[in-house]
Design a protein. Sequence first.
Length: 153
Amino acid sequence: MATGKYQYWLTDDGRTLLQGWARDGLTDEQIAHNIGITATTLYAWKNKYHEISEALKKGKEVVDLEVENALLKKAKGYNVEIKKTFKVRKIDYDSSGKKIREYEELQTGYAEVHVPADTTAQIFWLKNRRPDKWRDRQEEQRSSEEVQIIDDL
């Protein structure tokens, strides 16, 4: 692979690599560094070569959707099954019902744990998805009469 040559990045292998880097969360600047070019050159390539732009966009979309889903899940709360080790008391009896021995044994099982909703995730989600209702400062709608009175002052 020739470093900094755009031709390679138009091939299937090149586009797959670009998409993978974007999916891994690398910024355009980091991707440009990996290619061996400046960020400015990468931006020019994105404008000039649709294939490069689409590969980066496609890779970023995947991870963006995963993060959106994770944020929504965190905002709503969820249940998760975890593997857990339990201490179990065992007692052995003989045929007459007399206790022979008592001992403890570790056993592995599963337990369901509730992860509660995260208020910060809820606020972030609402401020971005519903800014008309959830922004920090609500803008008031003024009537044309109020605007005229203010202008006259």
